[in-house]
Design a protein around this ligand. Sequence first.
Ligand code: ADP
Length: 230
Amino acid sequence: MALIELKDVSKKYRRSTTALQHVSVSVNQGEFVYIVGPSGAGKSTFIKLLYREEKLSSGSLKVGEFNLAKIKKRQVPLLRRSIGVVFQDYKLLERKTVYENVAFAMEVIGEKRKHIKKRVTEVLELVGLKHKMRSFPNQLSGGEQQRVAIARAIVNNPKVLIADEPTGNLDPEISMEIMQVLERINLQGTTVLMATHNAQIVNNLRHRVIAIEDGKIVRDEEEGEYGYND
Ligand code: ADP
């Protein structure tokens, strides 16, 4: 069954060109999908529509049980709870420890302290950072900070993990470590969508590739290649 389904979706920003034009695509539960394409093609817009950072201009968009063409404001937090998001620049809270950064995501939705402790420990173990749980972000390497961000994104068991250029600031070896973490999460059943410019990763760890150019899907292949020389 499709977890994410876009039908004829367009997005026009105010006073601007159309960022996405008549996009139709679906992604099933458990898939791993790379979103590739040149700068300005519409990759971030595609991703932002999914977690309601931006509203679609027309078409229909479903994520899980949510119909984003009709979603009410009060339902948006619920939608966001079903989606974990990771960015290029980590966005950790500098004054909180690794543990606190991850636990915070559970506290805001009212989880019990005991459950929080168990689950946070579990996800920190999954990303290989249990031993650093008392460290602060500025005491960690870039790769470690990204792993904390991933732990935070998955701690509430989202159906989808969305990563916008997660390896953009990391060197190749560390990028591969991040990919191993994402693959592990995918193997546990979480759908992963990753926008990337990293040809080496896309070509070496084969998954479905959706290429976007000028706001349109120009390629959609199982185990596809990166396909650009940038
Ligand atoms: P990508 O992530 O592939 O680099 P984006 O989705 O960021 O592409 O951008 C697609 C197009 O939409 C570009 O032409 C960009 O300038 C435009 N765009 C993106 N965000 C905004 C915005 N907030 N307001 C106006 N135009 C935007």
